[in-house]
Design a protein around this ligand. Structure first.
Ligand code: ATP
Ligand code: MG
Length: 585
């Protein structure tokens, strides 16, 4: 029996590696697919059916699917049964507007249940759903709507006026704009009232036969290393969302689950919408922005069992100290996971200090659609490691050879490119409008991730850095993560970003940017201490030669440090595409 089909293991149950080995050995994608229901009468596979309709038709009908914490302080609860009706209404609404299957429905919304309704309703109707960050400025919104040939956009009146209306004329494909939350106010010219149309639409919608290979999701990458790419996913991806939700996040149907990722990027949809709904859990949907004390309150008051967050948030909490956390009751928490950036060993351990539980790091990308490498519930965590491949995934360290070849590095401990044997269900099927770039991601049956990593003798993978961020200094290849982790071990450092700074002698020297803990200033003495600490831990060849304090580091809206921007600022070179840079839009 799969290890988490029964009730959840207790908070303090010891990890059992044997369970994991057994589950891995028994796992196949065919079996995982058979664990889903499929459309009635063998009519294919549709994300919306697995996420909502099959629960609504069964004993989980009255279970709360979404518990939305609204900005005005109210709490809105939506059962699986009600979500089925709302999403049925949205699918009918699309039909009524004359939207065809395969056309794209975008959202420009924060973390609100209308987003869930739009996404699941679009899948029912067999449209392609694409979320955008509500904080994007007008230009990033326009380019993405254009690349995705948006037919429908669901947003708010305020966002529409600021970000879409000025550029609407440049978007001839955009036929319908639906505004959420008008509350009786008149819809501006060229838009519709989302809530009114929803109410008027029929709640019953039987999902038509769906080809598992039909496009379902378009996601733009975070743009950490360059211009964001639009990765396309198909309905079959739900097999991977469901399996990894259970295996890598330890999700059970009884769980209260909170994913803090913004729905504007892939985590917020794969694990903020699809995976937990397919399991039948209750999702906390928090409209507010990050705030340490409020987040602790949400964990406590909502009784969150499984929590999926990101290193940038963990480090922000660490900045305020574990004492703040100790004032709250986290006894409901059972599993903590993190994704998006390397999770330094200090942050993994800090979880134990603050919550009594370690953070489980996992690795994946917009392109992979679902978690690929993880520290599972049932295995011993190695702090600083991304974990081991999830069942069904074959990962390897490879070296590129010649024009289009790759060679697998069998030896443990060697740094190379992280590659995945292609063919898993949530693998992206293309970069929209960029076929050549898509093809370049594959060689010899492998998908090449563009990330560098090492595998140890026990099969754990260790992140080294993105290929684009690698530093070449006096003949050494240095991954920024190793240096950043060591800097963050120092009690004065809250966050670190490391780059290669051009140098006539060494090619590049290692330069570190750090954010200090609250109340500290960088003086000569602290600078000397930090340099000495890094040299002691890393050796002179790898340790930074320069350290500079910054009030904050430039990040993408998904919370990733933009090292290329630090480098551009340092060298005075053009910064490239900054459409996903965090900050006020
Ligand atoms: P772009 O491809 O546009 O530069 P991006 O790669 O940041 O943006 P995403 O797909 O959102 O866009 O992020 C995936 C990347 O995030 C991975 O390739 C990896 O570099 C990083 N990442 C994700 N999880 C982890 C992790 N657990 N440890 C280390 N790095 C991670
Ligand atoms: Mg990427």
């Amino acid at each position: 029996m799969p290890m988490n089909e029964g009730p959840p293991t207790g908070r303090n149950a010891p990890p059992n590696l044997a369970d994991y080995e057994a589950e891995c050995a028994a796992f196949s994608w065919e079996a995982a697919r058979a664990g889903l229901e499929g459309l009635p009468g063998g009519a294919g596979l549709n994300i919306a059916h697995e996420a909502v309709d099959r629960h609504a038709a069964g004993p989980r009908r009255e279970r709360i699917a979404l518990r939305a914490l609204r900005r005005d302080g109210s709490v809105q609860e939506i059962t699986y049964g009600a979500l089925r009706e709302l999403t049925g209404r949205f699918a009918n609404l699309l039909q009524g507007l004359g939207v065809g299957p395969g056309e794209t429905v975008f959202t420009l919304l924060g973390r609100v249940p209308e987003l869930h309704v739009t996404a699941v309703g679009a899948w029912k109707h067999r449209s392609v759903f694409c979320p955008l960050f509500s904080a994007f400025g007008p230009e990033p919104v326009r380019t993405r709507l254009e690349i995705g040939r948006a037919r429908v956009l669901v947003t708010t009146a305020a966002l529409y006026r600021r970000k879409v209306e000025p550029l609407r004329a440049a978007l001839p494909h955009l036929a319908h704009v639906l505004l959420v939350g008008l509350e009786g106010a008149a819809a501006p010219a060229g838009t519709h009232d989302f809530d009114r149309l929803l109410r008027a639409a029929d709640a019953r919608f039987d999902i038509p036969p769906t080809d598992p290979q039909a496009p379902a999701l378009l996601h733009f990458t975070s743009g950490t290393t360059g211009r964001p790419k639009g990765a396309l996913h198909v309905h079959e991806a739900v097999v991977a969302h469901h399996a990894t939700g259970r295996l890598a996040l330890d999700l059970h149907p009884e769980d209260i689950y909170w994913c803090t990722a913004d729905p504007g990027w892939v985590t917020g949809i794969s694990y903020g919408v699809i995976a937990p709904l397919t399991v039948g859990a209750t999702l906390v949907v928090d409209e507010e922005e990050f705030d340490v004390e409020r987040w602790y309150r949400v964990l406590q008051e909502q009784g969150v069992n499984v929590w999926y967050t990101a290193p940038t948030a963990v480090r922000m909490m660490m900045k305020y100290g574990a004492e703040v956390a100790r004032g709250y009751d986290f006894s409901a928490l059972r599993f903590l996971a993190s994704v998006g950036e390397p999770l330094n060993p200090g942050a993994v351990e800090w979880g134990r200090e603050a919550f009594g539980l370690p953070f489980h790091d996992n690795w994946w990308q917009t392109e992979t659609g679902a978690i690929m490498i993880a520290n599972f519930r049932a295995m011993a965590i190695r702090p600083g490691s991304m974990g081991r491949p999830v069942p069904g995934i074959e990962a390897a360290i490879v070296r590129r050879t010649g024009a289009a070849g790759v060679e697998v590095v069998e030896e443990a401990g060697v740094t190379g490119e992280l590659a995945l044997r292609s063919g898993w269900p949530s693998m992206f099927r293309g970069y929209l409008g960029d076929e050549a770039r898509y093809r370049k991601c594959f060689a010899g049956g492998w998908y090449l991730s563009g990330d560098l990593a090492r595998r140890d003798a026990d099969g754990y993978f260790w992140f080294v850095g993105r290929a684009d961020d690698l530093i070449k200094s006096a003949g050494h290849l240095i991954g920024p993560f190793e240096v950043e982790s060591v800097l963050m071990e120092h009690p004065a450092v809250a966050e670190a970003g490391v780059i290669g700074k051009p140098d006539p002698m060494a090619g590049e020297i290692v330069k570190a940017f750090v954010v200090l803990k609250p109340g500290l200033v960088m003086d000569r003495d602290l600078q000397r201490q930090l340099l000495a600490h890094a040299r002691r831990r890393l050796g002179a060849a790898v340790a930074p030669k320069e350290i500079e304090a910054r009030p904050e580091l430039p990040k993408t809206r998904s919370g990733k440090i933009m090292r290329r921007l630090l480098k551009a600022q340092e060298t005075g070179q053009p910064a490239g595409d900054l459409s996903t840079l965090s900050g006020d839009a």
